[in-house]
Design a protein around this ligand. Structure first.
Ligand SMILES: *Cc1c(COP(=O)(O)O)cnc(C)c1O
Length: 384
């Protein structure tokens, strides 16, 4: 039996290849490679998709976060609160603009920022909050925004895993003051290289990001800000314009597959399935289950040729790179427990029902074997 990958980008390219190649060819014919018509159009199209008025294409999701923070005026001496269960880029972006990352714990069911822990993490130096819409599920933004309003803080959504996700009927990217998206190849909307975008309704903020991404230049060799080189390029923008037209269909396919996983994996002792709060539309960037014996399950699936992932095995506050921040084990018990229990199962729009059935069947077999060997599984994963 053939192996089942976690993500398969080749399957998608087989479908959209001709469309993409035509657009890429057009860009190369024009030799307009930077800040040309494709970037301008894609910025408009993606901002409109998110339901906001401005988009600024940048070099990556990490840069999108960092440039949004810099454009807000965040810098040395400031603190920015975020979740420790995230991709390291979230934390790097805060450090890149000279501010100090401060962590707050996550909710055990949604795996996103816990509003109460967030409120407790705010101090006199706090200037901004970066909620992460982890795995494709928006954070509880109404409560995050209430905390921000109470303390007069800016909110930068880390929407890098949440293209098309919704919170109470509004799209990710339109929920805070400004939002950052990544177009890394494996994201729900991914380029064939690196890319990112800052989206916002704040025209002045968008203008500052636009300056920062390209050396603070207002016209050739006149620099009003010290910025950087972080532009989305024309080739990637051309690819992303093709892919944006497919995004809703791909997200719908992801949701249908997730629903099928939910049906087939329901009721297994010790196995927790992704939360689907009533206020959100999850877009399943990742399908993440939790189990106290995660590593054993992962090894079993690997032997059956089923690839899995762990997002993420070590929370940010315990990473060697963050040692100087002074956190230690036990500081964020929910994030630490999730890091030991989370397991990402194969999920991408082109995953077939046969493949999904094989994955779900293997997870059920593993449970049966463990029970037969007299190894009772813990009843409730949440308490384990
Ligand atoms: C991918 C990702 C980023 C960073 O994006 P890059 O484009 O790789 O820099 C930041 N935050 C989260 C949650 C991500 O998943």
């Amino acid at each position: 039996m053939s192996a089942i990958p976690l993500v398969d980008l080749k399957a998608q390219f087989r479908v959209i290849g001709p469309e993409v190649m035509a657009q890429v060819g057009g860009v190369l014919e024009s030799m307009c490679l930077n800040l040309g018509p494709n970037v301008a159009r894609f910025e408009e199209e993606f901002a409109a998709y998110c339901g906001v008025s401005h988009g600024v294409g940048v070099g990556s999701g990490t840069d999108a976060l960092a440039l949004a923070l810099r454009a807000l005026g965040v810098g040395p001496g400031d603190e920015v609160v975020t979740a420790p269960l995230t991709f390291m880029g979230t934390v790097e972006a805060i450090a890149l603009c000279g501010a100090r990352p401060v962590f707050a714990d996550v909710d055990p069911e949604t795996c996103t920022l816990d509003p109460e822990s967030l409120a407790a993490a705010i101090g006199p130096r706090t200037v901004a909050i970066v909620p992460v819409h982890l795995y494709g599920l928006p954070a509880d933004m109404e409560r995050v925004m209430a905390v921000a309003r109470r303390h007069g803080l800016a909110v930068v959504e880390d929407a890098c895993q949440a293209h098309g996700a919704e919170y109470r009927g509004r799209r990710a990217g339109s929920l805070g003051h400004v939002a950052a998206f990544s177009f890394y190849c494996s994201k729900n909307l991914g380029a064939y290289g690196d890319g990112g975008m800052v989206v916002t309704d704040d025209a002045a903020l968008a203008r500052r990001v636009r300056l920062l991404r390209s050396h603070g230049e207002t016209r050739r060799y006149r620099h009003v800000l010290l910025g950087t080189t972080s532009r989305l390029d024309e080739l990637q923008a051309a690819v992303l314009r093709v892919k944006l037209r497919h995004l809703d269909g791909w997200n719908a396919a992801r949701c249908a597959l997730a629903a099928e996983y939910m049906r087939r994996l329901a009721g297994l002792p010790g196995l927790s399935l992704p939360a689907e709060p009533a206020w959100a539309r999850h877009v399943y960037h990742l399908f993440v289950v939790r189990h106290p014996w995660r590593d054993d399950l992962r090894r079993y699936l690997a032997r059956r040729g089923i690839a899995t992932g762990i997002h993420y095995p070590l929370p940010a506050h315990l990473q060697p790179a963050c040692a100087h921040l002074g956190y230690g084990p036990g500081d964020f018990p929910v994030a630490e427990r999730l890091a030991r229990q989370v397991l990402s199962l194969p999920l991408f729009p082109e995953l077939t029902s046969e493949q999904l059935e094989r994955v779900a069947g293997a997870v059920r077999d593993w449970h049966r074997r463990r029970q037969r060997r007299g190894q009772p599984l813990p009843g409730v994963a949440a308490g384990a």
